[in-house]
Write a protein of this length. Structure first.
Length: 311
C-alpha cells in the first residue's frame, strides 16, 4: 500500500513538472531590445565558454544546464537543441532549460515505468526493456522538436510570397525600409503572425543599434530557410548599392509564388505513391475478406451438405 502511494506521488510530481515545462516553453517572451542590450554587454566583457556563461547566469535551470554541459558530448547537444528551438520559433530565455528538463523527466518516466512493468521479469528481459525505454525517451522529444521546426518553417514559407509582395507595395509609397517592414508586420500579424514577428524582430534589432546586415544574418540563422536568405541578401545589396528595391521585391514575390505552386504540384504527384502502402496494407486485405469470405463459406457449406448424406 505504501509503495503504491509513493509511486503514484512520484509519477504525479514528474507529470506536473512536465506540464509546467511545456506550458512555459511555448510562452512568447521574446524581447529584441533586451536581447540587443544583453549582446552589447556581453561583447564588452571577456569572451568565455558556453558552460561558464551558463554557470554565471544563475538560476536553477542555468545551473542544471551547466551540470549537463560538463558531461562529455552533451554540450554539442545543448547547442544543437538551442538552435533548433530558435528555428521552431521558441526563443524565450529559459526555453532551452525547460526543454532539456522536460526531456530528462520524460526519459526518467519511461525508464521508471518500464522498470515497474518488468519488476518480476528476469534480468535479460528487464535489460532489453530498459534499453528500449531509454531509446524512446531520448528520441521522441527530439522528433517532436524536429516536427515543430518543420511546421514553423512551413508557415514562414507559405507566408513569404504575400508578405514580400506587400513589402514591395509599401516601399513603393515612399516609406523607408524599417518603416515599411514595421507596417507590414502590423498588417500581417493576424494573417501570418510568424513572419510578422520575424520582421518586427529585425526592425527592433536595427533600432537598438545593430547593423542591418547583421540583423538579417541573424534572421537567416533563426529561420534556416533558403528563400529568406535570398531575400535578406537582396535587401542588403540593394541598400549597399542604392538600387530600387520595390521592383526587385515584386519580381521576387512572383518567383516565390511559382516555387510554391511547384511544391504543391510535387506534393500532389507524390500523393499517389504515398497512398500505395496504406491501400496494400489496410484496404486490400479488408476488400479480400469482404469479397472472398462469403463465397468460401458458401462453398464450404455446400461441400459439407454434399458429404453428409453420402455417409
Amino acid at each position: 500500500m505504501g509503495t503504491g502511494i509513493l509511486i503514484f506521488t512520484a509519477a504525479f510530481l514528474v507529470m506536473s513538472a512536465l506540464f509546467w515545462s511545456g506550458f512555459h516553453l511555448f510562452q512568447d517572451q521574446e524581447n529584441p531590445l533586451r536581447d540587443r542590450l544583453d549582446e552589447l554587454q556581453a561583447n564588452s566583457l571577456v569572451a568565455s565558454s558556453m558552460a561558464e556563461r551558463r554557470k554565471a547566469g544563475g538560476g536553477f535551470l542555468n545551473r542544471f544546464l551547466y551540470l549537463l554541459s560538463l558531461i562529455p558530448g552533451l554540450d554539442d547537444y545543448l547547442q544543437e537543441t538551442e538552435r533548433e528551438l530558435a528555428q521552431a520559433g521558441i526563443r524565450n530565455k529559459q526555453a532551452l532549460g525547460r526543454f532539456v528538463l522536460g526531456h530528462v523527466l520524460f526519459m526518467l518516466v519511461m525508464l521508471g515505468g518500464m522498470l515497474y512493468l518488468q519488476r518480476d521479469n528476469p534480468f535479460s528481459q528487464k535489460f532489453g526493456g530498459m534499453v528500449a525505454a531509454f531509446l524512446l525517451g531520448w528520441l521522441l522529444p527530439n522528433q517532436v522538436l524536429h516536427r515543430l521546426v518543420a511546421r514553423y518553417r512551413g508557415k514562414l514559407q507559405e507566408a513569404l510570397p504575400d508578405t514580400v509582395d506587400l513589402l514591395g507595395i509599401v516601399l513603393g509609397t515612399g516609406l523607408a525600409l524599417d518603416q515599411a517592414m514595421l507596417r507590414v508586420s502590423e498588417e500581417m500579424q493576424y494573417i501570418y503572425p510568424e513572419l510578422a514577428a520575424e520582421f518586427y524582430t529585425v526592425v527592433m534589432q536595427v533600432r537598438a543599434g545593430q547593423d542591418r546586415s547583421r540583423a538579417f544574418q541573424q534572421l537567416v540563422r533563426r529561420t534556416g530557410i533558403e528563400d529568406i536568405k535570398s531575400l535578406s541578401a537582396m535587401i542588403v545589396q540593394s541598400e549597399r548599392f542604392g538600387t530600387s528595391l520595390s521592383q526587385a521585391l515584386k519580381v521576387y514575390a512572383d518567383a516565390l509564388r511559382t516555387r510554391r505552386r511547384l511544391r504543391a504540384e510535387a506534393a500532389v504527384a507524390k500523393a499517389g505513391i504515398k497512398m500505395l502502402f496504406p491501400i496494400v496494407l489496410f484496404i486490400l486485405p479488408a476488400l479480400f475478406v469482404i469479397t472472398l469470405v462469403p463465397g468460401m463459406l458458401s462453398v464450404m457449406r455446400d461441400l459439407a451438405g454434399g458429404i453428409g448424406p453420402g455417409r
